[in-house]
Design a protein around this ligand. Structure first.
Ligand code: PXP
Length: 238
């Protein structure tokens, strides 16, 4: 059964809407742990639109499960990661105009830069995951560059029309997952997963970690964080 990484970025999004102190992603992380989260995921964006440096620092001290930092290959952020030392760093592409991460990292086009960042993070003792589209060439390249894990982008699957289209996207994910297993890195997945679409992804053989944010935070507004996490954990536990 895959581990559940709960992304608490959107708790910070609500806080930053008023530039105030609440709601606090640090509190959210405590409740997520109480609900059974196996990890807490945050994205320290270059524009600091949600998670702030203070959140990362405090979460490093308070989170007792895996702390996963999503990050762009940006010098300032790489330096912060090496200082704060999350348990895992997940390399993602980042564009200022985007609402959320829009696609996997292109490790073929940015081979040298990605290789350098993976090396710096690994030298600092950080486990490195790379967020990729389910593309076999990208998977091979990331494995060659020394990625410890590959997180497959589930957005196209989640956004596809239920039925034939979604089945087809699931097949693409399954084939990519098999390739990740053959190449060696750990198999992770995430993006746009929710209570309705998560089970087939959780059942992909070898799936070790799912990172889920928006759907859990959205549900937490109505049922509370602990309960929202508990329900997601139940769905992916078999
Ligand atoms: N995985 C990665 C690499 C992401 O960038 C995000 C969004 O921050 C997620 C997982 C979580 O996506 P969602 O909020 O749609 O569940």
């Amino acid at each position: 059964m895959p581990h559940l990484g709960v992304n608490v970025d959107h708790v910070a999004t609500v806080r930053q809407a008023r530039r105030t102190y609440e709601p606090d992603p640090v509190w959210a992380a405590v409740l997520a742990e109480l609900g059974g989260a196996d990890g807490i995921t945050i994205h320290l964006r270059v524009d600091r639109r949600h998670i702030q440096d203070r959140d990362l620092r405090l979460l490093r001290e308070t989170v007792t499960v895996k702390l996963n930092l999503e990050m762009a290959c940006w010098d300032e952020i790489v330096e912060i990661a090496c200082q704060v030392h999350p348990d895992q760093a997940t390399l993602v592409p980042e564009r200022r105009e985007e609402i959320t991460t829009e696609g996997g990292l292109d490790v073929i086009a940015h081979r040298e830069r990605v290789s350098e960042v993976i090396k710096r993070l690994k030298d600092a003792g950080i486990f490195v995951s790379v967020f990729l589209d389910p593309d076999l060439n990208q998977i091979e390249a990331a494995a060659e560059l020394g990625a410890d894990a590959i997180e497959l982008h589930t957005g196209p699957y989640a956004m596809a029309k239920p039925g034939k289209d979604q089945e087809q996207q699931l097949r693409i994910l399954e084939q990519a997952a098999e390739h990740v297993r053959r190449c060696g890195p750990e198999l992770h997945a995430g993006h746009s997963l929710n209570y309705k679409n998560v089970v087939p992804v959780a059942r992909i053989p070898g799936m070790l970690e799912l990172n889920i944010g928006h759907a859990i935070v959205a549900r937490a507004i109505f049922v509370g964080m602990e309960q929202a996490v508990r329900e997601m954990k139940q769905l992916i536990s078999f």
